[in-house]
Ligand binder design. Structure first.
Ligand SMILES: C[S@@+](CC[C@H](N)C(=O)[O-])C[C@H]1O[C@@H](n2cnc3c(N)ncnc32)[C@H](O)[C@@H]1O
Length: 307
C-alpha cells in the first residue's frame, strides 16, 4: 500500500484553501448542509439501516430493562426492535381499514403489518427509504412526502389508524395535528411511540407539556398512555458503551498517531480535529442513558377524537 505522504495532503489542502472557486463552493456546501441532510436522503438514518438491516430504525423495547450492555449484541437490539413493533401494532383497533405508517423508515413495520394481514400505507420524505419499500413490498402503497405536506382532501377519512413510530419528533406539530384529525376515519386511532423532553418548556412535538396540550386543543384525548423509558434504555446503554469505550479511544489514538507520524499535518488539522472530538463527545452525551432518563420520557400513546 502506498505510504501516506504528509506533503501531498498538505499541498492538496493548501491548493483548495487559496483558490476562491473552491472556497466559494465549500461555503455554499456548508450553508446548505441542513437541507441536504434532513430532506430527501438522511445519511444518519441510512447508516443506522446499514447497521441494523432488519428494517427498523427505532430504539427497540427490552422486556428486561436491567440488561447489562456488556451482555448484549446487535441481535439483542434486533429482537428488541421487533418487540417494540409488536407493541405498537397491538394498539391497532381497526383491522380492516388502511393504516398510515408516518415516517416508515426502511419498512420493518410494513413487513409486520403485512404478516398480520393489515393494510399499510408507507410515508416518508426519504427517497432511499421509499424506493426500498417499493422494491421489497410492491403491494404496499407508498407516499414520498413530508407528512405536513400531504393533501388533506385527498386522504380525508381514509385511515383507521395513523402510526408515528419514533417519527413524531421530526414533525412540525401545528401542521401535522390538523392532518391527523382529517385523515382518520370516525373512531380512528393515532398510535404514537416516541420520546419527549420533560425538563424544559418548548413548543415542538418533542416537548411533552406542549404536545399534550396541543393534542387536547385539537380535539383528541389519550385513550392509552404508557411510559416505556426503562425498556428502551438498554439500547442507549449499548451504543453509549461502544462510543465511550471504543469510539473515543480509537479517535484519540489516531490523533496521537498522526501527531507522531505526520506532525505537520497534525499542526494544520489540530483545531479541526479537536472540534470533531468535541462533537463526538456531545453526541455521546445525548445518548447517555442516565442523562436521557433525567431529561426525557419514552411514551407509548393512543390518541382518539373526543366524542
Ligand atoms: C427514527 S426513523 C423511524 C422509522 C420507523 N418508523 C421505525 O420505527 O423504524 C424516523 C422516520 O421519520 C421520517 N421523517 C422525517 N421527517 C419526516 C416528516 N416531516 N414527515 C414524515 N416522516 C418524516 C424519516 O425519514 C424516518 O423514516
Amino acid at each position: 500500500m502506498e505510504k501516506l505522504k504528509s506533503s501531498t495532503l498538505v499541498k492538496s489542502l493548501a491548493k483548495k484553501a487559496i483558490n476562491p472557486i473552491h472556497v466559494g463552493r465549500a461555503a455554499r456546501l456548508q450553508r446548505h448542509r441542513k437541507q441536504l441532510v434532513r430532506n430527501q436522503c438522511d445519511p444518519q438514518l441510512k447508516l443506522y439501516a446499514q447497521l441494523m438491516p432488519n428494517g427498523f430504525l427505532h430504539y427497540g423495547y427490552f422486556d428486561d430493562p436491567t440488561m447489562c450492555p456488556r451482555d448484549m449484541s446487535l441481535n439483542s437490539i434486533a429482537n428488541a426492535q421487533s418487540k417494540y413493533a409488536e407493541l405498537v401494532l397491538d394498539l391497532v383497533g381497526d383491522m380492516e381499514s388502511e393504516i398510515l405508517d408516518v415516517g416508515c423508515g426502511m419498512g420493518g413495520l410494513v413487513r409486520l403489518m403485512l404478516e398480520r394481514h393489515l393494510k399499510p400505507v408507507a410515508l416518508s420524505p426519504d427517497k432511499h427509504q421509499i424506493s426500498t419499500i417499493n422494491a421489497l413490498y410492491p403491494q404496499t402503497p407508498t407516499i414520498q412526502a413530508k407528512f405536513e405536506d400531504i393533501d388533506e382532501q385527498e386522504h380525508r377519512g381514509r385511515y383507521g389508524t395513523v402510526i408515528n413510530a419514533e417519527s413524531l419528533n421530526y414533525l412540525h406539530l401545528e401542521d401535522a395535528l390538523p392532518r391527523v384529525e382529517q385523515i382518520l376515519k370516525p373512531g380512528g386511532r393515532w398510535v404514537i411511540c416516541d420520546f419527549f423532553r420533560m425538563d424544559e418548556d418548548g413548543c415542538t412535538s418533542g416537548h411533552w407539556e406542549h404536545f399534550q396540550k396541543s393534542v387536547e386543543d385539537a380535539g383528541f384525548y389519550f385513550s392509552y398512555q404508557r411510559d416505556i423509558t426503562p425498556h428502551i434504555l438498554p439500547t442507549l446503554a449499548y451504543v453509549h458503551m461502544w462510543g465511550e469505550e471504543i469510539g473515543l479511544p480509537v479517535i484519540d489514538f489516531s490523533i496521537e498517531k498522526m501527531r507522531g507520524k505526520q506532525p505537520g499535518l497534525h499542526y494544520l488539522l489540530k483545531e479541526a480535529l479537536g472540534t470533531l472530538l468535541d462533537h463526538a463527545r456531545n453526541h455521546l452525551q445525548i445518548i447517555n442513558p442516565s442523562d436521557f432518563q433525567t431529561r426525557k420520557r419514552y411514551m407509548l400513546l393512543v390518541a382518539e377524537r373526543r366524542a
